[in-house]
Design a protein around this ligand. Structure first.
Ligand SMILES: Cc1cc2nc3c(=O)[nH]c(=O)nc-3n(C[C@H](O)[C@H](O)[C@H](O)COP(=O)(O)OP(=O)(O)OC[C@H]3O[C@@H](n4cnc5c(N)ncnc54)[C@H](O)[C@@H]3O)c2cc1C
Length: 546
């Protein structure tokens, strides 16, 4: 059996041919707001990507071949390039321009947990760093092939660990291998009339192991819970041996080892197997749009929803800028968008109006109808106007579309990046304003006035997450410096505003400088102590998390 083919095209999102051209209205809006854009730029050819020489020693290579077989150790250009970066903005800039300072010296495709364990033992002895690789969709530099203090670095791709191992329909659990992608997992569960209900925007390509290693959140996590709430048990291969957490519904056996491993970002070991809490597959799904008269009304309405046990499974509230841009980008160039805006203005929802999407899933119509009525009643009490199902279902159909659009924007010379945080309800408005101002100031100060927009995407009784998108004209030749300036300003504003440095993208390399500001130096030392125990040679994903 040969090694699996790369799942995504090497320079962007999805596969070749799945492109997402921008509508004429959207292009006109971008030019009006960002200034004239440069001529279109395509990515360099694969042969022109600059790669460092591979430096894996012959001895190390022979040992790895003996473990997984020669066909599962790859060091060809395509394998090295597709494992050299994640899918954040800075990754795409480097890939498209062919400037890769780092690349794995080889890519390994183990076939089971025992091979993973043997690889870690061999790599620790040969001083080879190991970067666990799921879908490679990290946006925080999580799969950056850094050597740390090691002599070489390999990517450990879990694509062959792709099976559903067991389903327990009584306890409602499913045990799966870590390399399963979202669609493969949901398809396998559907055969048992079950679902996990975890739908991150990267769903098509990200994996169970990646979700667990990054504490991912899905679009329906307000209802189904984040991945950390869905993990019952897991097996993790570490250089010091296997840590296995048993599947019990709750435990008072000391501090949670499961919680230490979930979110460990490949720095402690490799997640090989996960037992997940699953649910009966919903027969009915309903998505609806609402308009709120202002962001303040929206925040308050969403707080009351979640604290009143009336939150939908999908709960999104766009700020006024995101509302305006979404309507323009949706292709509603003429009548539909204008008619909608007119309708809303007549009801007092002017330029400050905010679009909300609510989605409910359930096993029968009556349950979904009852939940929908409870949500709508509370939102109406906060001035909401119900816009019905067409916009809601349009959101559902386009929910995985934005990453394809990002490739097109980069070709047009437009920077587009996202970042996220969460805080308590009392701080949410100020945090939103602080991050918008920080991003706007950093980019405007460089002469590239941006569009900065945000939405609330996950509700908790104590607070909510905020997901920011910023768009600006790229500074030719200074793309990474421009990105760094914006990212640093936003990260400082997040900590100053009482937010977490990451609500679901994880720490990776990019957020590591801000981690001590969130968990304290002693907190970081605690994580380092765990790493010293499980990974004494320091081979696991160097340069990430701590
Ligand atoms: C367009 C786009 C949209 C996104 N939307 C969301 C979203 O809605 N919600 C969200 O939470 N995130 C989102 N992300 C971020 C990313 O998809 C998540 O972090 C995801 O969980 C990563 O999964 P992956 O399989 O691609 O992991 P990878 O990118 O391969 O790895 C991520 C990190 O986990 C480690 N890792 C991977 N597999 C394992 C394993 N088996 N054992 C140990 N460590 C491992 C890696 O070493 C790395 O540190 C998005 C990213 C993109 C590009």
């Amino acid at each position: 059996m040969t090694a699996p083919a790369p799942r995504m095209r090497w320079w962007g999102w999805g596969v070749d041919g799945h492109d997402a051209p921008l509508s004429a209205t959207a292009q006109a809006m971008l030019t009006a707001e960002l200034g004239a854009l440069p001529p279109r730029r395509e990515p360099v050819a694969l042969e022109d990507v600059q790669l460092p020489d591979a430096v894996l020693s012959a001895t190390a290579r022979e040992r790895l071949v003996a473990i997984v077989g020669g066909e599962h150790v790859r060091d060809d250009r395509l394998a090295r390039v597709t494992h050299a970066a994640g899918r954040g903005y800075h990754d795409l800039v480097r890939l498209r321009s062919g400037q890769l300072a780092d690349a794995p010296d080889a890519v390994l495709y183990p076939g089971d947990a025992e091979e993973v364990a043997a690889i870690l033992r061999a790599c620790a002895e040969e001083r080879v760093a190991v970067v666990p690789f799921g879908g490679g969709t990290s946006v925080v530099g999580g799969v950056e092939p850094l050597r740390g203090g090691c002599d070489a670095v390999v990517a450990l791709d879990l694509a062959r660990l792709d099976r559903l191992l067991a389903v327990d329909p009584v306890s409602l659990t499913a045990t799966v291998q870590a390399g399963m992608t979202g669609p493969a997992l949901e398809e396998a569960l559907a055969a048992h009339e079950l679902t996990l209900g975890h739908f991150p925007q990267s769903f098509e390509f990200s994996t169970v192991g990646g979700w667990v290693a990054t504490r991912s959140a899905g679009q329906a996590s307000t209802g189904y819970g984040r991945i950390d709430a869905l993990v019952l048990a897991l097996r993790v291969a570490t250089p010091s041996g296997e840590v296995a957490v048993r599947p019990v519904p709750a435990s008072a056996a000391g501090p949670s080892v499961r919680e230490l491993l979930v979110g460990s970002e490949g720095t402690l070991g490799v997640v090989t197997e996960v037992t997940l809490r699953v649910r009966p597959r919903p027969a009915v799904r309903r998505y609806e749009a609402f308009s709120l008269p202002s962001l303040a009304a929206g925040f308050e309405g969403f707080r009351v929803l979640v604290q009143g046990d009336a939150a939908p499974d999908v709960a999104r509230l766009s700020d006024p800028t995101e509302t305006r841009v979404s309507l323009a980008m949706s292709g509603g160039d003429g009548l539909t968008t204008r008619a909608l805006r007119g309708y809303l203005r007549a009801r007092g929802h002017g330029d400050g109006g905010c679009l909300a999407i609510a989605g409910w899933a359930g096993t029968d119509e009556a349950t979904v109808r009852r939940r929908r009525t409870a949500t709508a009643r509370l939102l109406r009490a906060h001035g909401a106007v119900a816009l019905g199902t067409p916009i809601g279902h349009a959101w559902e159909h386009g929910r995985f579309h934005a990453p394809y659009l990002r490739d097109e924007l980069l070709a047009l010379g437009v920077m587009v990046e996202t970042l996220e945080t969460a805080t308590t309800w009392d701080r949410l408005p100020a945090l939103h304003a602080g991050v918008v101002a920080a991003l706007d100031g950093a980019l405007r100060g460089r002469g590239t006035p941006p569009i900065v927009m945000a939405h609330v995407s996950h509700l908790y009784r104590a607070g909510a997450s905020l997901y920011f998108t910023f768009v600006a004209r790229q500074e030719a030749g200074e793309e990474l410096a421009q990105w760094h300036a914006a990212k640093a300003a936003a990260s400082d504003a997040i900590l100053a505003g009482g937010g977490t440095i990451t609500h679901h993208h994880a720490v990776g390399r990019d957020h590591a400088p801000w981690l001590p500001g969130e968990i304290g130096e002693l907190g970081v030392e605690l994580l380092r102590a765990a790493k010293a125990t499980l990974d004494p040679a320091g081979i696991m994903n160097p340069g990430k998390l701590v």
